[in-house]
Design a protein around this ligand. Structure first.
Ligand SMILES: Nc1ncnc2c1ncn2[C@@H]1O[C@H](COP(=O)(O)OP(=O)(O)OP(=O)(O)O)[C@@H](O)[C@H]1O
Ligand SMILES: [Mg+2]
Length: 250
């Protein structure tokens, strides 16, 4: 059975950091994992240390152009074309496969193309043990429903009550949109000794299921600063250790 885990939260809370360390931790269990970068503005390939040339957004544009120029090879349906291209752009590494969504659909309707893409990706997902999706900041992806069929939603929050409030809103919006997650969890990031009790109290008051508190860690911010892939961080790193604990329960 495939388990689909999406990481969401406000901008800059640590979604990409958490996604990267989660992929690292889960890669100890299985290499049959698809990582999806669903943030058009993301740096997940960099933090994972993978080079990606083409995105789903690129092949959507390519298809549009081929159709406009009437250059789609004879005998190939648009669906077949997309399927073939998706296999081409997935980057396979020894620990996981990576698919980057790239820019979202622009103006003008490629509704059918988007529906086919979604179907192809949904189908593809079924062949993996885990699918990990790093989503864009905010709640739009929920209302646009690009995050479908998710089993576990993990909201990364800063330690503030307002930050945790966003997690609460994501939970509420998901209910309103009738998006069924089997589980919704919160991970509080950059928690320190002074605020950790407060974080717990706030999460409890808001009815949130807090599955982890990650400390601020100098080494993590250094990796980002010098552009070193966070995936390669030492396994004794305190934040990684905590993410490893979380991964065990997923
Ligand atoms: N626990 C931590 N300790 C130190 N630095 C951290 C920690 N978590 C995240 N950071 C740093 O905070 C910054 C934001 O983290 P990250 O890019 O993961 O956030 P994000 O939620 O993905 O942001 P965006 O919304 O822009 O995609 C990065 O520079 C990252 O290295
Ligand atoms: Mg990010």
């Amino acid at each position: 059975m495939t388990k689909i885990i999406a990481i969401s939260g406000k901008g800059g809370t640590g979604k990409t950091m958490f996604s990267t360390l989660l992929v690292k931790a889960l890669s100890k269990k299985t290499h049959n994992m698809l990582v999806v970068d669903a943030d058009p503005d993301s740096n997940l390939p960099e933090t994972l240390g993978v080079e990606v040339e083409l995105t789903i957004g690129d092949i959507r544009e390519e298809l549009k152009q081929l159709v406009a120029d009437d250059k789609l090879p004879a005998g190939i349906s648009k669906q077949d074309y997309l399927l073939g291209k998706i296999y081409e752009i997935i980057v396979e590494t020894e620990n996981f496969d990576l698919l980057v969504m790239g820019r979202p659909e622009g103006s003008g309707c490629y509704c059918s193309v988007n529906n086919w893409l979604r179907q192809i990706i949904d189908n593809l997902a079924k062949s993996y043990d885990y699918v990990i999706i790093d989503t864009e900041a905010g709640l739009e992806h929920l209302s646009r429903r690009t995050t479908q069929n998710v089993d576990t939603m993990i909201v990364v929050s800063d330690a503030s009550k307002r930050g945790l409030g966003t997690a609460k809103r994501i939970k509420k919006l998901a209910n309103e949109l009738e998006i069924k997650f089997k589980e919704i969890y919160v991970v509080a990031n950059k928690v320190n000794d002074e605020n950790k009790d407060m974080v717990e109290k706030n999460a409890k008051e808001l009815g949130l299921n807090l599955i982890g508190k990650l400390p601020y860690n100098e080494e993590i911010s250094k990796y980002d600063l010098i552009g070193k892939p966070l995936f390669d961080i030492d396994e004794n790193n305190e934040v990684y250790k905590k993410v490893e604990e979380i991964a065990k329960s997923l």
